[in-house]
Design a protein. Structure first.
Length: 298
């Protein structure tokens, strides 16, 4: 039975939600390092997630915590929540965001936000290295347009897509793509094969490749263009982004199949957007900030 895997930021838990929203159960709790991205390995029966780490300080009311300290990590559990294991140790990178995988090749890919890079490692956390670097040093880390957040893989064409969100509500977001495989001898900080797909987006966050030629992403920027779910063609040509759902409270995670998309937000809601039937409804209200989503038969 397919369920929605959802990360509950405030509760520090990973939940499984039925596709009708009627049943919510906790797979694993004690996720106390700000979990953000999640991906499921059906071949081996594992769930991987990224941790942003420990905030630098207690945030002021109305502000978000900062994660400039290098204390991100990646963990794994079995599909039933057992055998919790740290794959990439705390401090292996800075701030873990959305994660994707090429499970046939045995590799994980994720965005390191304040670390300003897209990283990869094998399923045991070894051979960790960047494939894209967008900045270096403390000064660059404080330039929010350098922050990498969402990631998706086109394994057939060997392409990697990622978002750089820009400052909050600034309309400076961008989405890029690049070949997954770093050419021999190439510098990930000076790649010449990066393609900018769109710029001046409100604040793009998580992304997912839909079918063979469309990219879908959440945007937590200011309304009317932000707090929305977007879709745009990326194959065979790059199209114009279109809003397919609006009215979120800081949209974050997205997962989907066929014409159905599930979207989480920091208001604690998972919404079902069915572009085939034209329905757009709140599926379940957790009531606490939610980050990454995935779909899996658990």
């Amino acid at each position: 039975m397919t369920e929605i895997v959802a990360l509950d930021l405030a509760a520090g838990a990973m939940h499984a939600v039925s596709l009708d929203g009627k049943n919510v159960r906790t797979i694993v709790d004690g996720l106390d390092r700000f979990p953000d991205g999640v991906v499921v390995d059906k071949l081996r029966g594992h769930i991987y997630w990224t941790n942003m780490g420990t905030p630098d300080a207690v945030p002021k009311p109305g502000t978000e915590p900062e994660f400039f300290s290098r204390n991100g990590s990646i963990e794994r559990v079995d599909l039933d929540g057992g055998n919790r294991t740290t794959i990439v140790e705390i401090g292996g990178f800075t701030t873990g965001k959305q994660i994707a995988a090429d499970f046939e090749s045995g590799r994980l890919y994720w965005c390191d936000r304040e670390g300003m890079q897209v990283l990869t490692c094998d399923l045991n956390g070894d051979d960790l290295h960047p494939v894209v670097v967008t900045g270096s040093g403390d000064a660059d880390a404080h330039v929010v347009r350098n922050w990498c957040v969402g990631i998706a893989l086109d394994l057939d064409r060997r392409l990697l897509y990622w978002t750089q969100k820009g400052a909050p509500k600034a309309g400076d977001g961008r989405i890029f793509r690049v070949p997954i495989d770093l050419p021999a001898g190439a510098d990930p900080a000076a790649r010449t094969d990066i393609e900018l797909l769109w710029s001046d987006l409100p604040e793009p966050i998580d992304i997912e490749l839909h079918g063979v030629g469309d990219l879908v992403w959440t945007d937590r920027g200011a309304a009317p263009r932000g707090n929305a779910l977007y879709e745009a063609q990326v194959q065979p040509e790059v199209g114009t982004p279109e809003i397919i759902s609006t009215g979120y409270h800081e949209a974050i995670g997205v997962a989907g199949f066929d014409s159905r998309f599930y979207v989480s937000d920091l208001g604690g809601t998972i919404r079902l957007v069915d572009v085939g039937t034209g329905t757009d409804t709140d599926l379940v209200r957790i009531g606490r900030p939610l980050t990454g989503l995935a779909l899996a038969d658990l």
